[in-house]
Write a protein that binds this ligand. Structure first.
Ligand code: ATP
Ligand code: MG
Length: 636
């Protein structure tokens, strides 16, 4: 075991030496001449002059040693289908897909939008684009036509790949139909739409001359081999739009060589994945976690990746543990929300299967609260590792790095800065570094390490104005998140900088108040927002889900419970943070990626329009918020 602090220092102080060592983890067609070109800050070009290909690194290079090893295991609890692909099968499928794309005139630099459910063909499509140097932009299947149209107009794809339909919780989602609608709304639609027909939507309509059937084209290219197109390291591999939790999505542009190196390095140091082992990431290919740790990361590392279409609780809440047990999963990656869902289920589901193959569970995307971390840690007996990162960075900013050193974890903290990330916590007003345990904005001192966004697609000015202009005295990348660092160096994320509530001049983080409320033993989950208040500027309003609903079943009981919650906040944070009102609901509005839609809750609480809600998971949750607020206003 090494010393992580030393490893980290090396990554910052001997940056070039550090990264040129990591760069050996991938195959280069032509070696790079310069580790980093930083002549135009903050634009960073990694591994200048090097030529490589993401698909080659994920697939071809494994043929020599592990052609017959499983590369991809596809499991759908929606259709009941299961299929396994060895690295050789994957190679064949990707070559066929690449040949089909080429037959439609798709070439290096062309954009391809992939709007697909979680099926193996979606992965083939991504790898095929990478193989021929086409730039893919995967759009999450939960986005409706309008959001898809916005992304079409921004990325201007030559071709789109879709399926007739997907399924979620047994319900059919007509993907192709949504593509038709999006194309109608788009100012700059693609020439071709390639459709993987799953037989789920027999009524699917086709547009002559535009719509193509993947199965028939594949049959024409069964024996095709397509040579990888070698890209210069900083040429783009893909565009991925951010979740849009806080406004208009930004087209994150990723390079090729830096991303490949960053993923290979993170698979080794952070995820400890070894060739031949199995990784199960329960995200979706439409999110950054899916790009990095369903598709490229595990495959680059020579691991088997599990592609799962389905919910965590269907056909029953043991399904993930069944997958872990049957596939001897070593590394798992999911979100805190998913774990909280499982936590509400009867405990016996976790005991049904032998999950002893599981070494570590990684969680990311939102704050991992201590009770949830503790519960899953006890239940699984595996390492629980909280990762903090963003679509923009492509891999963790904060994480334990267990391959280097098995540092103790503190629940509630994603541990330390990952190697390569030079972090600071700056005071929002003065721009000066804050002290131990003091709250600051988490920023990255550029150059951003390999794997991070190289710019915003087609908009360098937006890259600068969005990310690099928060502080006057220093050029830094802002994460827009609040954090503290304790005396042992552990970071704690407190929430987003635009989620601050200002009560009578006191700036309070929504997350801080939520944590305080969660300290009450009957609170399962809570969302806190600031609402306009004539006197105090803003007042705190909380929407809470209780564990035992019988304690809020009558208005009297609910009032009692509200008092208890308020007293808990008084005790934990002080009366200044006490909610003016605690509403009890059974569900909170979240995006399909599990992020709380605080902005929409706030809009409703203040009687405003909620804006674009196409990522909303369950509309019923917003209805509850509306009803609660209306009832409260009527009674006031
Ligand atoms: P947009 O930028 O379009 O508003 P988004 O920020 O929700 O969307 P993502 O890039 O998917 O899109 O999410 C990154 C954010 O998620 C982080 O900035 C942080 O607020 C939150 N986050 C991610 N991981 C963690 C974690 N481990 N702990 C706390 N917060 C996290
Ligand atoms: Mg963001």
């Amino acid at each position: 075991m090494g010393n992580y602090a030393e490893f980290y220092r090396g990554s910052i102080d001997q940056r070039d030496a550090f990264w040129s060592e990591q760069a050996k983890l991938i195959d280069w067609h032509q070696p790079f001449e310069q580790v980093l070109d930083y002549s135009k800050p903050p634009f960073a070009k990694w591994f200048v002059g090097g030529q490589t290909n993401l698909c080659y690194n994920a697939v071809d290079r494994h043929l020599k040693e592990r052609a017959e090893q499983k590369a991809l295991v596809y499991i759908s609890t929606e259709t009941g289908q299961e299929k396994t692909y060895s690295f050789r099968d994957l190679y064949d499928e990707v070559n066929r897909f690449a040949a089909v794309l080429q037959s439609q005139g798709v070439a290096k630099g062309d954009r391809v939008i992939i709007y697909m459910p979680m099926i193996a063909e979606a992965v083939f499509a991504m790898l095929a684009c990478a193989r021929i140097g086409a730039i893919h932009s995967v759009v999450f299947g939960g986005f409706a036509a309008h959001s898809l149209a916005t992304r079409i107009d921004d990325a201007t794809p030559k071709l789109m790949v879709t399926a007739d339909a997907g399924m979620r919780g047994g319900k059919t989602i007509p993907y192709k139909h949504l593509v038709d609608e999006a194309i109608r709304l788009s100012a700059n639609p693609p020439e071709k739409v390639l459709i993987c027909h799953r037989g789920l939507d027999p009524d699917m309509a086709l547009v002559e001359g535009r719509d193509l059937d993947y199965a028939s084209l594949r049959a024409e290219h069964l024996n095709a081999t397509v040579e990888p197109v070698w890209l210069e390291s900083s040429e783009p591999s893909y565009i991925l739009y951010t979740s849009g939790t806080t406004g208009k999505p930004k087209g994150v542009q990723r390079d090729t060589g830096g991303y490949a190196v960053a993923l290979a390095a993170s698979m080794k140091h952070i995820y400890t994945g070894k060739p031949g082992e199995v990784m199960f990431t329960s995200s979706d290919i439409g999110w950054v976690v899916g790009h990095s740790y369903i598709v490229y990361g595990p495959l680059i590392a020579g691991m088997t990746t599990i592609v799962y279409e389905g919910l965590p609780i269907r056909p029953n809440p043991a399904i993930w543990w069944k997958i872990v047990s049957e596939n001897k999963v070593n590394i798992m990656f999911t979100s805190p929300t998913a774990i909280r869902v499982l936590k509400k289920q009867p405990a016996e589901y976790l005991k049904k299967y032998d999950v002893s193959s599981l070494r570590s569970l990684y969680l990311a995307g939102e704050p991992l609260d201590e009770p949830t971390a503790r519960w899953i840690s006890d239940a699984l007996g595996a390492n629980i590792i909280d990762n903090y990162w963003q679509t923009e960075t492509g891999w963790p900013i904060l994480s334990a790095v267990p391959e280097i050193e098995d540092t103790p974890r503190k629940f509630g903290s994603p541990s330390f800065a990952a190697y390569g990330f030079n972090l600071k916590l700056l005071h929002e007003g003065t721009g000066k570094e804050v002290g131990t345990d003091e709250k600051g904005v988490l920023v990255i001192v550029p150059p951003l390490p390999p794997g991070c966004l190289s710019t915003v697609w087609g908009d360098d000015a937006r890259f600068l104005s969005t990310y690099f202009s928060s502080f006057e005295n220093e050029l830094v990348y802002t994460t827009f998140d609040w954090a503290t660092q304790d005396a042992d160096g552990y970071y704690f994320i407190l929430g987003r900088t635009d989620d601050v509530i200002n009560v009578a001049g006191h700036r309070l983080g929504t997350r801080e108040i939520e944590e305080a409320i969660s300290a009450h033993n009957n609170i399962a989950e809570v969302a806190v927002v600031g609402v306009h208040d004539e006197i105090k500027g803003q007042a705190v309003m909380a929407f809470a889900v209780v564990k035992d609903p019988s304690r809020t079943s009558t208005p009297e009981e609910a009032a009692l419970m509200e008092k208890e919650v308020m007293a808990t906040v008084d005790r934990e944070l002080g009366a200044i943070a006490r909610p003016a009102k605690v509403h009890f609901v059974t569900l909170l509005p979240k995006t399909r990626s599990g992020k709380l839609l605080r902005r929409s809750i706030q809009a409703i609480a203040e009687g405003r329009e909620t804006g674009d809600l196409t990522t909303l998971d369950d509309p019923g949750a917003l209805e509850q918020i509306k009803n609660a607020v209306a009832k409260w206003k009527a009674g006031k």
